[in-house]
Design a protein around this ligand. Structure first.
Ligand SMILES: [Ca+2]
Ligand SMILES: [Zn+2]
Length: 117
């Protein structure tokens, strides 16, 4: 039995991406402000453009850093992921109302399907 969970790869990507940046300046398991900014800019550039959650990154850092050590643990980081996933799903439904069946647009990633406001 080697059946794998469908979400295993997504989880692995979250963990790997976090770790790729958390060890950039110091080898540890938390993101400082600089590392967090790089992660967002390199790994989620379109999300930064389209997301309300990611509009004010310095403020977001403060909000996410619940233990006030000026770093984001994976625990704290995952709160940001959850919020962005939620926001993106909502956006996927922007031009795809539930009444017409369940279709998903491109969400925060954006794409050619998007028409202006
Ligand atoms: Ca922290
Ligand atoms: Zn949906």
């Amino acid at each position: 039995m080697t059946q794998q969970c469908t979400l295993k790869n997504a989880l692995q990507t979250f963990v790997d991406t976090f770790h790729k940046y958390s060890v950039k300046y110091e080898d540890r398991d938390a993101l400082n402000c600089k590392e967090m900014k790089q992660l967002l800019n390199k790994e989620m550039p379109n999300f930064i453009k389209n997301s309300k959650e990611l509009k004010d990154i310095p403020n977001l850092m403060i909000e996410l850093d619940t233990n006030l050590d000026k770093e984001l643990s994976f625990n704290e980081f995952s709160v940001m992921l959850a919020r962005v996933i939620l926001e993106s799903h909502e956006k996927m439904h922007e031009d795809n109302p539930l009444t017409k069946g369940h279709h998903h647009g491109p969400g925060l990633e954006g794409g050619p399907k998007q028409k202006g406001k």
